[in-house]
Design a binder for this molecule. Sequence first.
Ligand SMILES: Cc1ncc(COP(=O)(O)O)c(C=O)c1O
Ligand SMILES: N[C@@H](CCCC[NH3+])C(=O)O
Length: 370
Amino acid sequence: MNTPCFSYDMAILNETLHQLNDASSKRNYKVHYAVKANYNPQILDAIMLNGLGADCVSGREIAWALEAGFNSDKVVFAGVGKSDEEIAYAISNDIAMIHCEGLQEAITVNEIAKSQGKIVNIALRLNPNVNANTHAKITTGLSENKFGFSVIELNKLILMKDQLTNLNIQGLHFHIGSQIRDLNIFKSLCEKVNDYIRFFELNFNTLSYLNLGGGLGVNYDNPDAELIPDFEAYFATFEANLLEKNIEVHFELGRSVVAQCGKLYTKVLYVKESETKKFAVIDAGMTELLRPALYDAYHHIDFNGIAFKSDVQKYDVVGPICESSDCLGKDVQLPELRRGDILVIRSCGAYGESMSLNYNGRIKQAAVYC
Ligand SMILES: Cc1ncc(COP(=O)(O)O)c(C=O)c1O
Ligand SMILES: N[C@@H](CCCC[NH3+])C(=O)O
C-alpha cells in the first residue's frame, strides 16, 4: 500500500448503516447522510443503497449525491452561503427541501423559484441557542454563531411571507453542533424545538417537516470499544422528548455514520530527538487529517509494524507540512519506532479525506476499500 492512504472497512460501514436503519425506521424517522463528512463514491453508494437520503451543502455535493443515485426527493440543501447558481441548480433538480438560513436567502430562493416557474419547499433553520458543549469551533447553535435565522429576521419573514408566493414554508431545521456525546444536550434541543413548533404553527402553517440535524459523536479515545455509535439511545432521546408525535422527523448524520470505518495508514519517515521530545515524522500530515490542527482533536494511533516491539516510548507524531500545528498526536505511546514502520490513525472516516488539502503541493492518494 502506498502511504499516506485512507482505508475504509465496508463491513463496518454496512453494519453501522444496518443498526442506524433499525433504530430510525422503527420510529419512522428519516435520515439524510451529511455528504460533507465523506463523499467518496463507494461510500455514497453504500449509503444510498441502504436507503438514506443526502444532506448537501453545495451545488457540487448535490451533483455528487445525484450521480451516486440518490433520488432528488431524498436530497436536501443546507448551508449559510448558498450562491444563486447553486440555488438555481437545486431548484432545477427538484430536490426535496432547501433549508433557508436567513431573510435575504429566502427572498432569493423565492425569486429564483419564480424565474423557473416552480414552488419550492423550504424549511427555516433556526438557531435555538443550545450549548452543544463540544469544541467551540464545531458548535453551531449559539446565538453568536453565523447559522440560521435570528429572531429579528424571522419576525421580518412573518410580515412578508405572503409576498413569497413561490415558497412553500413547510417546517423547521436545527443543527446545534457536532461530536456531541452527552445525549442530554439533544434533550435540551427538544425542549426548545417543542416551543418553536408552536411558534411556527401560530405564524406560518401546520408544520409538516422537522429536521433536527446531526451531531451524534463517536468514541475517538477508544474506537474499538464503540465501533458503532448507540443510535438506539440517540433516537430514543428524541422520541421521549418531542411532544408532537405526528410530524415527519428528519435527521442529518455525518460523523456517526462514517467515522469509525476509516483509517489513515502512514509511514514513519524519520525518528528524531530534541532535548525534550522524541518525534516520529510521518508521511501524513494536517493536509490529510486537519482535525488535530483545527480543533486539537484526538485520534488514536496504532502501531502496525512488521516485527513486534514491546518497549513503550512517547512520541509526538508529526507530519511533513511547514506548520508547527502539523502534529497528529502528542505524547503518543508507541513501541520504539524505526524508519519505514507503519502507523494507523483511527476514526478517520469522517472529516478526514473530505477536508484534505493540497497545501505544500500534497497529492491525494486513491483510497482503498476492504
Ligand atoms: C447543518 C449540518 N447538518 C449536519 C451536519 C453533520 O453533523 P455530524 O457529522 O456531526 O453528524 C453538520 C455538521 O456539523 C451540519 O453543519
Ligand atoms: N469538520 C468538523 C465538524 C464540523 C462539521 C460540519 N458542520 C470535524 O471534523 O469535526
